[in-house]
Structures are given as structure tokens and as C-alpha cells.
Design a protein around this ligand. Structure first.
Ligand SMILES: [Zn+2]
Length: 482
């Protein structure tokens, strides 16, 4: 055999796309060769390529697999059950890596139980952030960073005073809801930041002031007992409280050279405060901003307690402000803050006070960004890949294994059809949740194929059941981030 007839072989060839979105490079015409679950090479021509399997992208766009950095599952059902349904929903939404925000009350030395129960139950890859709820857990940070591969720690500045209770993740094998009293004072906040920084890790901040929220809530509740609108909820937890906590956290970050990642930023005021703080410099570190799809689609005009979330959904003007920040590169990532709860739990007694905060959102992130973003010319497809994959992978230490389509990276890929219209229903999304805040919305732009490390886990909205257990725990190295 002469060299001119030598074939370039691979396991899978993805061809015939409208374009492959490669972060920092752009949308290019290329074929993707995959071998052993990794990208082998990108080739313009398919002459001389011999593939065991060929996937035609049918003139649709190919994006790097989506990473959702903010998912709650394992709180209302044990992780071994929740992982099956929520990773199914992830695959429907083109999400190839879901990052769980784990909340444990005891020592994280017991995390092995959670890891064992997670194993074999995911369709897509997953990774974990550890919430530090109590001072005794600070000593677990070096252990988690070095031994487990967890390099991000969440602090809940919103917990304290009267508002100090939070549901934590269930023990595997149990479905008895578990809550814990959490009081985050400046001492706990700064110890988490210092320890995370020493361990080359990121601090994720839920920025709200519980004392201010409690005060507003008390005043509003005494006057308007029966109000149940999202406007009321938004007034109870004012953006000013977010802004104050952000300013405080950012000043500590400058002091300790810490990197902070602000989760679920949904108000213009919170966003502007972070941008101002960025302008002041943050020591060595950076201040990252995550927003959530629901802040881009819903305002307080959505008159339903289903929209109760913390921080609250804000006004229409906040919503437009966020789109503009997303377009201009001020927002780093999109996380869904997905909560896998059910309608019966969600509504409580039917009023805004007793309803549960949080709702599902894992499977609708990409459809929302394509439908309301790309197809409405608010953001480009390249920007979608940045905020849902590339930036996320870099911030959380997954790059270049994930977050791009380049030789050597995991073959995590999503093919999207920008013209496909589907009417949203909870059945379509395949989560444990039996409702969605997008119920009845016709979204245009959906994932049609989700591949995780070379294995197709979802095609045309249907999940390949035989791939359950393919998803694996991704340990993250403790390196510096961007
Ligand atoms: Zn959350």
C-alpha cells in the first residue's frame, strides 16, 4: 500500500454540518474525526477518511457539549434516583456535563457515599461543587481539592438571622427531606474564601443579605398577607440586598486575592455592582458572573407562583439589561439553577410565602438561548458556545478537556437545529419535575443530537436507554482558572 492510498481512520466521522462552532476561532466548515471518545482531528475534506460510523449533521450547526455549572439534584430524591432522570433531561437539552451543587451538613470526608451512589446512574458527565455550610467543613476543603477533584466551594451569604434554614442533599438510599440551620457570618465567609484561594480553588457566592431580606419580608407580609405575585416576592428580596453583599464579598476578594464566581445574577443592579467592582480590580483574582435562563425570559409580569426563585425574577427592564450584558461579553456563563422538584411540593399552600423556591431548567437552557437569543439576533451562536461551554470549562478547570472541539478534547458534541420548533411541556423535557415555567411556549431551536465522549446519548429528543451509566464523575485539577 502506498502512502497516497493510506486511509485516515476513525471510529466516528461527523460530516455535512452547516458549520462547527469552535470557541475563539469561529464557525468553520470542517469534518470531525473521533476516536476512543476524543476528537482525533478536524478535516476539511472527507477524501481518504475511513470511519466505522458516519453521522450526518444534516446541514445543522455543531456546538461543543454544553456544561451546566449550576444544578440541584439529590435534594428531594436521593442521588441514585435523581441522577437517572435529571441526566436524561440534561441530554435532551444538549448538556454533556452537569455540575451538581452538593450540600452536606456533616463532614465532606463522607462524600464517598455520594460518589458511589452517583456512579452508573448518569447519561452525561458530571462534576461537583461543595457547599460550605458550617465552620467545621472548612478543614474539608484541602481534602476535596486534592483527593476528590473538587475545586469550587459555594458560600450562601443569603443564610442567617431568621432566614437560616436550607434543604441539604439527601443521604443516598433515603428520601427523608433534610434541612439544616446555616448562619453565614463574615468570619465563615472569609475563612471559606481564604481556604479556597490557598487550595487554588474558586469561591462561588450566593450574594444576598438575609437580614435585609427578612426586614423587607416582615414589612410587606404584615401589610399584604394575601399577595401572591412575583412582584411582591421581588420586593421582599430587593436587588439592593444583592448589591450590598456583592460589594462586601468583592472587598474581601481584593484582600485575599480570591477568585469569586457570582451565581444567578438576575438584576441590573447586582450586575452593575459586579462590573463596578471589576473596575476596581480584584487582586489577583477575577469576579465571574453567571446568569440563568429564567432571568432572560421571565419578568414579574409572569403572574404565577411557579416563578418563585431566589434571587427573585425582576422587571422587564432588568431582563433587557441582562440580554445586553450577555451580548457584550460582561456575563461569563449561564447556569440553570435547576431544581428537580414536583408541582405538588412547589406550590405549597398556593401562595408566594409557602411555595418552594426554584424550578427545573436544565433541558430548556439551549432552546431558550437559540430561540430568544440567536433567532432574535440578540446574541450569536459563537457567544452561546462561549457562555454555555468554553468560559464555563475554563473557569471550573475543565478546559481543554471540555469546552471546545479541538484535537485531544473529549468528543462532547451537540448538534442543534435552529429551525426546529417545539411546544414545551414537562413530558418533553423528561425531568422528574412534572411542570416547567415554559409550559406551552413554542421555542425555535433545539438540540437534535447529544454526544458524550463519542457516545450518542440523545437523538431527536429520544434518550438512548442503553447508555445509562456512560456518564462519569469528572475530577478537576486544582489549577488556576482563566
Ligand atoms: Zn442554586
Amino acid at each position: 500500500m502506498t502512502s497516497s492510498t493510506m486511509k485516515n481512520t476513525c471510529d466516528i466521522l461527523i460530516t455535512n454540518s452547516k458549520g462547527v462552532v469552535i470557541p475563539e476561532i469561529g464557525i468553520i466548515q470542517t469534518n470531525i474525526l473521533i476516536e476512543n471518545g476524543k476528537i482525533k482531528s478536524l478535516q476539511r475534506s472527507i477524501d481518504n477518511i475511513q470511519a466505522s460510523q458516519t453521522i450526518s449533521a444534516d446541514d445543522k450547526y455543531v456546538l461543543p457539549g454544553v456544561i451546566d455549572p449550576h444544578v440541584h439534584y439529590g435534594v428531594y430524591r436521593p442521588i441514585e434516583e435523581a441522577a437517572k432522570t435529571e441526566s436524561t433531561s440534561a441530554s435532551v437539552g444538549g448538556v454533556t456535563t452537569m455540575m451538581r451543587i452538593l450540600r452536606m451538613t456533616g463532614s465532606y470526608r463522607d462524600i464517598e457515599k455520594q460518589l458511589v451512589a452517583s456512579r452508573g446512574n448518569h447519561y452525561v458527565d458530571y462534576s461537583i461543587h461543595a457547599s460550605i455550610l458550617h465552620p467545621s467543613q472548612i478543614q474539608d476543603i484541602p481534602y476535596l481539592a486534592e483527593k476528590i477533584g473538587i475545586n469550587s466551594f459555594k458560600v450562601y451569604m443569603n443564610l442567617g438571622g431568621e432566614l437560616n434554614r436550607i434543604y441539604v442533599d439527601l443521604e443516598p438510599g433515603s428520601d427523608e427531606p433534610l434541612d439544616s440551620e446555616v448562619n453565614v457570618d463574615d468570619e465563615l465567609l472569609t475563612s471559606i474564601m481564604m481556604s479556597a484561594t490557598r487550595n487554588n480553588s474558586l469561591t462561588m457566592v450566593h450574594a444576598e443579605d438575609p437580614l435585609m431580606c427578612a426586614e423587607y419580608m416582615r414589612a410587606i407580609k404584615s401589610k399584604h398577607r394575601n399577595l401572591s405575585s412575583l412582584k411582591t416576592w421581588s420586593r421582599c428580596r430587593p436587588a439592593l440586598s444583592e448589591s450590598r453583599s456583592i460589594t462586601k464579598a468583592a472587598s474581601f476578594a481584593r484582600q485575599f486575592n480570591s477568585e469569586l464566581y457570582f451565581v444567578h445574577i438576575g438584576s441590573a443592579q447586582a450586575l452593575e455592582t459586579i462590573l463596578q467592582q471589576r473596575g476596581r480590580g480584584a487582586g489577583k483574582g477575577s469576579l465571574y458572573i453567571e446568569t440563568c435562563p429564567h432571568y432572560l425570559t421571565h419578568s414579574t409580569d409572569f403572574n404565577s407562583i411557579l416563578g418563585k426563585v431566589v434571587p427573585p425574577i425582576r422587571s422587564k427592564s432588568d431582563l433587557y439589561h441582562l440580554w445586553s450584558a450577555l451580548r457584550h461579553g460582561q456575563i461569563d456563563t449561564i447556569g440553570t439553577d435547576h431544581v428537580a422538584n414536583r408541582l405538588s411540593m412547589k406550590v405549597g399552600n398556593g401562595d408566594i410565602w409557602s411555595a418552594l423556591a426554584g424550578f427545573p431548567g436544565l433541558a430548556t437552557m439551549i432552546p431558550v438561548l437559540l430561540s430568544n437569543g440567536v433567532n432574535k439576533h440578540r446574541i450569536t451562536l459563537e457567544r452561546v458556545a462561549e457562555v454555555t461551554s468554553y468560559n464555563t470549562s475554563r473557569i471550573f478547570g475543565l478546559y481543554p478537556r471540555k469546552g471546545t472541539i479541538q484535537p485531544g478534547s473529549d468528543a462532547d458534541i451537540v448538534i442543534v437545529d435552529l429551525a426546529l420548533k417545539k411546544k414545551v411541556s414537562s413530558q418533553l423535557l423528561k425531568s422528574y419535575s412534572d411542570y416547567t415555567i415554559y409550559d406551552g411556549w413554542e421555542l425555535e431551536g433545539w438540540p437534535v443530537l447529544t454526544m458524550v465522549r463519542g457516545i450518542v446519548v440523545m437523538e431527536n429528543g429520544e434518550v438512548e436507554k442503553s447508555t445509562l451509566g456512560h456518564g462519569k464523575f469528572i475530577r478537576r485539577p486544582t489549577t488556576c482558572h482563566k
